[in-house]
Write a protein that binds this ligand. Structure first.
Ligand code: GLU
Length: 304
């Protein structure tokens, strides 16, 4: 299959959508990003890469970070993580407070904000230096050292992160947050503000496509059972209240972020990453989602 040609065709087909989405501006620092950017990067398990567009430019990975947070935490704490966070799709926006009240402070899943905030709390309780440990983990997955948090984005989010603050406080009132509320929020914002390129994200996600094992160094990051579970959560909860639509149109497990990135995998075959900052109403990249739909359609690949 001529993947390069397919990516080039897809680029032409999604170009009209690239400036139609809305850049996330509830984090003011993210509103400065040029919404005309577009990149798509495919990395196969047999180490071939195909790319079109702005694939070497760093962007804010935002919620895509939640996959790394969960993987690192379950690799240390195992199944008990799921005592404090459920694994059901929420069907609600990523920052909704509604279910939390009804469900006694137990978040629906680790990929909505409340779930990732609980995971952050677990990391603070379990790691001597969670900040350093997390960065080291992500750098290791990518195979490269220059992965950093953007402190300006984290500060901008902190300044406007009232809903996230409300969530941590609500969960703390139910006894599901052990640490200081501000400490949890600060660390969570830093994790979301990590910047990576499409190419770097594709390398990190290729480890998940390879069942949690490094492709070059064969290091085992998570067990086979943890791989199965993380992939299932990506499939059912990776796209806010549009997870069903993503499964329906694209048919790959993955995770999106409000920075406009989407990372997806076809286990045993490839990782694929798109970046286009304009978002649809549900907070997923408009052109990115279309590009992935076209990719799985044109290549006839999906998990189904
Ligand atoms: N840091 C963002 C927030 O908490 C992440 C949102 C996202 O990418 O879904 O609102």
């Amino acid at each position: 299959m001529d993947y390069q040609k397919i990516l080039e065709e897809i680029h032409q087909e999604v170009l009209p959508l690239v400036d139609k989405g809305k850049v996330a501006d509830y984090i003011p620092e993210l509103a400065n990003v040029d919404r005309n950017k577009f990149g798509i990067y495919l990395l196969t398990l047999d180490d071939n890469a195909y790319a079109v567009g702005d694939v070497l430019e760093k962007f804010s990975i935002q919620s895509i970070s939640k996959v790394f947070m969960l993987a690192l935490t379950i690799s240390h704490l195992g199944e008990k993580v799921y005592d404090r966070v459920d694994v059901e799709p929420s069907g609600d926006p990523f920052n909704s407070l509604v279910q939390l009240e009804h469900e006694s402070g137990i978040p629906r899943n680790p990929f909505i904000n409340s779930g990732a905030l609980v995971i952050t709390d677990m990391m603070i309780s379990s790691f001597a230096d969670p900040r350093a440990e997390f960065l080291e983990y992500v750098r290791d997955l990518v195979g490269q050292a220059d992965v950093f948090c953007n402190k300006k984005v984290a500060a901008s989010e902190k300044e406007h992160g009232f809903k996230n603050a409300a969530m941590v406080n609500l969960m703390k009132s139910f006894g599901n947050i052990e640490n200081d509320v501000d400490e949890v929020l600060d660390l969570y914002f830093e994790f979301c503000s990590i910047e990576m390129t499409c190419s770097e994200l594709a390398r990190a996600f290729r480890v998940f496509a390879n069942h949690g094992r490094g492709v070059i160094d064969t290091k085992k990051y998570i067990t086979e059972s943890q791989f199965k579970r993380i992939t299932a959560i990506m499939q059912t909860c990776g796209f806010y209240d549009e997870a069903g639509e993503f499964a329906f149109r694209v048919g790959l497990p993955g995770k999106s972020g409000v920075g406009g990135g989407i990372a997806a995998i076809l286990p045993d075959k490839y990782s694929i990453v798109t970046w286009s900052p304009g978002l649809n109403k549900k907070g997923n990249s408009l052109a990115g989602m279309k590009a992935l739909e076209l990719f799985t359609t044109k290549t006839g690949t999906s998990i189904f």
